[in-house]
Design a protein around this ligand. Sequence first.
Ligand code: 2BA
Length: 109
Amino acid sequence: MKLIIAVIQDKDSNRLSDALVENEFQATKLSSTGGFLKAGNTTFMIGVEDTHVERVLEIIKENCKSREQLVAPISPMGGNADSYVPYPVEVQVGGATVFILPVEEFEKF
Ligand code: 2BA
């Protein structure tokens, strides 16, 4: 068994939830915050048998889009004003960042 942990954008989370339910995969959704943008994102925990990992990855790919996001300028606040960028910068936020972990034991009580 594997635990798939997928960090995705909030905008895609309902679509991904629906697609997982349609395909009879169980998942837990957590509200999370990206360390770089400090903006909300969504983390899915999906426990599946090894043979279903590829299918779940396909579903994630089909339902999560990469997008450009603007990062607001951060004031230097006593730091080096030379490195201050006074305008928003665009970053490409991926459709999904996925970790696949082996599960040692799985129990439901
Ligand atoms: P954030 O940390 O808010 O990052 C959002 C996007 O900002 C990233 O998209 C990347 O394009 C850019 N970015 C991140 N750190 C950067 C830096 N030091 N310099 C320049 N640009 C930077 P993604 O790579 O697609 O990541 C989307 C979200 O997935 C991340 O949100 C974070 O919540 C999670 N994530 C990504 N890599 C991770 C990792 N290795 N471990 C844990 N979570 C990760």
